[in-house]
Design a protein around this ligand. Structure first.
Ligand SMILES: Cc1ncc(COP(=O)(O)O)c(C=O)c1O
Length: 408
């Protein structure tokens, strides 16, 4: 499949704007809309009854769960929980920790370069007597030092909450090194993979991350999220669902009120799309097929990402917020910057008027923006590309920036 064939699957790309706000939320392939429509029109009944339509509805949710397992690289015994958002799932996970015995581990480490969804719920454990320790990013670059993390870890650490990729910096953090350090003191790691999952295959089990969470509405799917973890990490944690839901049904204990059935149908549309990119029938899409689709995504992302990062780095009036490298082992194409002497708002509005859908602000990474000594409301300008973003679109944005800012 060529990138142009992939683009043709996304009706939303035919709109008036060049959509470069994909880290906020991606477009969906037509398969997602088709699946949701036919679920609503043909199978919209409650689960768990014995009549045929209900059995079909159950099959939709079960198939969606099976795809979610492949998408997050779950191990065979891993509980995989579906939820409305990463924020909701992180809050549910922290709540379950708050209700579990402390067992001598009364410290949590949060990272101030992350999105608030995987910081705030852990910071609030302070109300339960936990000591909150902050892994601080370098104020000039946003870089994280593993030596700084080492200094925060001890046999009292229960949780290390980190991001795989910052939704501002775009940098891929060294999750294996973080996990091995945390595990060396017996702590568990919760990885926010929201900014990583649209670009590269999530591998919960391969990373040995105790918990891994991301949102499917950024991965060409419906507005849902997936939390996966090892069986050992979930042991002793009880989700907030009704008392008569067995604790052994870990996923359902965390899926308070159940999952979005039409969302599950939509997730199967995401599977259809991945299968198309991987060139297999949807029912045959396995983990190897998911990885093949991601390899195609990475190949299409590479050129546009290089052009954007290089051109912005070359401008004297631009400060790139994040790595100047366009190496896909170092960053994803979520690219943030500020312009000397210009407000982010002003620059973005000028680009918006010219048809480029970028935005500005703190993007809920409020603590990082403060740490970088930027003003949170104005924040940074962010252009975020995904696999369907073309070279022409990026060049159009760069030409528009030249027009708005003058030659750099
Ligand atoms: C890195 C990162 N983590 C977490 C979130 C929160 O995801 P959700 O909107 O599903 O709660 C976002 C949303 O933008 C994000 O970019």
């Amino acid at each position: 499949m060529q990138q142009s064939d992939a683009r043709a699957c996304f009706p939303g790309l035919r709109g008036a704007d060049v959509l470069l706000d994909n880290a906020g939320g991606s477009q969906v392939p037509v398969d997602v809309a088709d699946r949701v429509r036919s679920y609503f029109l043909d199978d919209y009944v409650q689960l768990g009854a014995d009549y045929r339509t209900s059995r079909r509805a159950v099959a939709t949710v079960d198939e969606a769960r099976a795809f979610a397992r492949q998408l997050c690289g779950a191990g065979p015994d891993d509980p995989v929980i579906l939820g409305p958002s990463t924020s909701a799932l992180c809050a549910a996970l922290a709540d379950a920790h708050a209700r579990a015995p402390v067992d001598g581990r009364d410290e949590v480490v949060v990272c101030d370069a992350g999105h608030e969804s995987n910081i705030g719920p852990w910071v609030r454990l302070a109300d339960r007597g936990y000591r909150v320790r902050v892994w601080r990013a370098d104020p000039a670059t946003g870089d994280l030092s593993l030596a700084d993390l080492d200094a925060l870890l001890s046999e009292r650490t229960r949780i290390v909450a980190v991001h795989h990729v910052s939704n501002i910096l775009g940098r891929i953090e060294d999750v294996p090194a973080i996990v091995s350090r945390a595990h060396a003191v017996g702590a568990r790691v919760v990885v926010d993979g929201v900014a990583f999952a649209p670009h590269q295959a999530v591998d919960r089990a391969g990373l040995d991350a105790d918990f891994y969470v991301f949102s499917t509405y950024k991965v060409y799917g419906p507005h849902m999220a997936i939390l996966c973890g090892s069986k050992a990490a979930f042991a002793g944690l009880v989700g907030a669902n009704h008392y008569f839901v067995p604790e052994s049904d870990v996923a359902y204990r965390f899926e308070l009120g159940g999952v979005s059935h039409e969302g599950c149908a939509g997730l199967l549309g995401t599977r259809d799309y991945f299968a198309r990119v991987a060139d297999v029938a949807p029912a045959d899409l396995d983990r190897a097929g998911v990885e093949r689709a991601y390899r195609a995504f990475a190949a299409w992302e590479e050129g546009p990402m290089q052009s954007l990062v290089r051109a912005l780095s070359a401008r004297q009036d631009v400060r790139l917020i994040g790595p100047a490298s366009a190496d896909p082992s170092i960053r994803v194409p979520t690219v943030s910057f500020v312009v000397q002497g210009r407000s982010s708002r002003e620059v973005v509005l000028a680009c918006n008027e010219r048809g480029f859908g970028i935005r500005y602000g703190h993007f809920y990474a409020h603590r990082l923006i403060e740490a970088l000594e930027l003003e949170p409301t104005d924040g940074v300008i962010r252009a975020s590309l995904v696999h369907y973003t073309t070279q022409d679109e990026v060049e159009g944005l760069l030409a528009t920036l030249d027009e708005v800012l003058g030659a750099g």
